[in-house]
Design a binder for this molecule. Structure first.
Ligand code: AMP
Length: 606
């Protein structure tokens, strides 16, 4: 087995690697380090995230850097500030025993004056985001005339993010005889064209197959209707009590909304996206790294800088717009020899997006049914039993109490005792999922069964909550005005509205069940008036026209619903499976607008 020493690195660098616990070089390091040490030829490297590419390009540069000169000799361009900071930190770690070698990360969103001050002290290695690097060049603060190495890291991401012009500008001011190293996980046309324009006769190396995802990752997809996407997400978290995952969303807004809902439903989650301040992002990333947070909801861009290697799952809440981003996402699991699962939640219509991804990763997605309530209960129960097995008993503390406990329980046999203890924790969970509906998109699961319409409808009903409203035709209410009234309450963006029935003095409407609580508090909190009447809204159990009615009141439609468990809200249980906190967890950056009443049984009624 080749060692770092055999690759030709000096003793100070080897010492730093030992300090970091790096024992043997990774594949990309084995290929890149000797190449860059022995040749000035440009390099084009296919490397996934997490393969050790930072050390692959920075170690041979550190080996050759001139510490006696304050000139900038190497610049590494990276798509995000998080990644830039991470790379700079890595390089500082690698060079900690090398006297006089200075590394600086320059990126937007931080004081440029500060960065200029540090630059003026003489920094040999710059790690920069393209935008800030161009700014510093324009201000004549960053001088690249003596540059020896230019590294384009995650070139595909830089182009995805629209940094082509900046790259052109930076490359323009660098000397022709420098060595350029380009690292990318994927090589779409734009990256190939950058490589063609900027690399001279490059040596090509690859760690793992070109454009293929990591082998340790299995790819699954779940087909749901749009309105069940969030409920499916929760089931995936619930069926995997030990989940440690990033949920990827396409936009900042989607990210914050999903995170808010999960936080509100009691999951141990926070959001990471570009609307957060740098300090907030650092704090979230730190919490996720040290596993205080178990699930992170993130945009592709924000997650780039996160150096987390042991995710159990990557969840695509929605598939990315750029299929290449899927490889970046899924590449965050299945690292370091561990198996990982990358999950795509798709609607029937989005299913076609999977094929180009399959071609790109060279693997098939496995169609997976959304876990049933029973499966979730079983997994959570087993987790609970594992906890019982692993719990450390404090013999001395507990011994004083044991005699009276034994006395009290003396009439219960072993089986009965186990059942009862387990039930203390488990009953709430069990009743929560008792009537959980099937969330699988029925058309997908049954094939194109054209007769499934009525069944679909019935399933849809289960996902809607029916509301009574005390205004009707006599108040000049019509469906359009009712929809307007509902939208005015700003309950949630694009909330699904179901059947509407306008009667003479009152009416009914259906809304997405996931927003039951928000609907109630919006109407109550906004103190709504309609044509001079104070509007009153209640949850009702009345069935749709044409379906069996369920007794009492105006055709059985008045009483607020009795059953509180709806199968997809958080069970209020002290038995917190992975992903759930004991109470509504409020992450520091959460902008949750939802109430904190987590208990379905305490749902507000008006
Ligand atoms: P990178 O692809 O450079 O972001 O590296 C991914 C992770 O692997 C980082 O946490 C590195 O610290 C770690 N790493 C890189 N090379 C090695 C190595 N040879 N041995 C152990 N860990 C490594």
């Amino acid at each position: 087995m080749t060692t770092f020493k055999e690759l030709g690195l000096n003793s100070q660098i080897l010492q730093a690697l030992t300090d970091l616990g790096y024992e043997t070089p990774t594949e990309i390091q084995l290929k890149a380090i000797p190449q860059v040490l022995s040749s000035k030829q440009d390099l084009k490297a296919f490397a996934q995230t997490g393969t050790g590419k930072t050390a692959a390009f920075s170690l041979p540069i550190l080996e050759q850097i001139d510490a006696n000169s304050g000139d900038t000799q190497a610049i590494i361009l990276s798509p995000t500030r998080e990644l830039a900071m991470q790379i700079a930190n890595n390089i500082s770690d690698f060079s900690k025993h090398l006297k006089g070698v200075k590394t600086l990360a320059v990126y937007g969103g931080a004081s440029i004056e500060d960065q200029v001050r540090k630059l003026n002290k003489g920094v040999q290695i710059i790690v920069g985001t393209p935008g800030r690097t161009v700014d510093l060049i324009k201000r004549r603060q960053l001088k690249l005339g003596n540059l020896k190495w230019l590294i384009l890291d995650e070139a595909d991401e830089m182009l995805n993010m629209g940094f082509k012009d900046e790259l052109d500008k930076i490359l323009e001011v660098t000397p022709k005889e420098k060595q350029t190293l380009l690292f990318s996980a994927t090589f779409p046309r734009e990256v190939e064209s950058i490589a063609k324009n900027y690399l001279k006769n490059p040596v090509e190396i690859s760690a793992g197959e070109k454009n293929k995802g990591t082998d340790q990752v299995s790819h699954q997809y779940y087909v749901v209707s749009e309105r069940n996407r969030y409920a499916a997400l929760k089931r995936i978290a619930d069926v995997n009590p030990d989940i440690y995952s990033i949920i990827f969303c396409r936009t900042r807004r989607e990210t914050q909304e999903v995170a808010d809902k999960l936080i509100s439903d009691g999951y141990n989650v926070d959001a990471l996206h570009g609307d957060l301040s740098q300090a907030q992002r650092d704090s979230v990333m730190e919490k996720f790294r040290n596993k205080t947070l178990q699930i992170l909801v993130a945009t592709d861009v924000a997650a780039r800088g996160l150096d987390v290697t042991d995710l159990t799952h990557v969840i695509n809440h929605k598939l990315p717009d750029q299929i290449e981003s899927y490889t970046h996402r899924s590449g965050r699991t299945g690292r370091a020899g561990k198996e990982g699962i990358s999950i795509a939640i798709v609607t029937s219509r989005e299913k076609s997006k999977l094929h180009p991804i399959e071609r790109l990763i060279g693997k098939k997605f496995i169609s997976t049914p959304i876990p049933t309530g029973k499966e979730i209960c079983q997994n959570q129960l087993l987790k609970l039993i594992d906890k019982v097995q692993d719990i450390k008993v404090n013999e001395t503390e507990i011994s004083d109490f044991l005699p009276s406990i034994y006395e009290k329980l003396k009439d219960l046999d072993r089986e009965e005792l186990i059942k009862r203890f387990v039930s203390i924790e488990f009953n709430t969970f069990l009743s929560y999922y008792e009537n959980a509906p099937d969330l699988n998109d029925s058309e997908h699961m049954r094939g194109a069964d054209r007769n499934s319409d009525s069944r679909n409808k019935r399933r849809d009903d289960e996902n809607m909550t029916r509301f009574f409203i005390n205004i009707g035709r006599k108040d000049k209410l019509n469906p359009a005005r009712l929809i307007g009234l509902i939208n005015d309450q700003r309950i949630a963006k694009n909330i699904e509205i179901g059947q509407i029935e306008i009667l003479d003095t009152f009416s009914f409407f259906e809304l997405d069940k996931n927003y039951e609580k928000e609907t109630m508090s919006a109407f109550e909190g906004n103190d709504v008036d309609f044509e001079g009447r104070n509007v009153n809204v209640e949850i009702t159990t009345k069935q749709r026209t044409g379906q069996a009615r369920s007794g009492g009141g105006r055709g059985g439609d008045r009483g607020p619903r009795k059953r509180s468990g709806d199968g997809d809200r958080k069970p209020k249980s002290d038995f917190s499976g992975f992903g759930r906190k004991r109470s509504g967890a409020q992450g520091s950056t959460s902008k949750s607008s939802f109430g904190s009443d987590q208990n379905p049984k305490r749902r507000k009624r008006i």
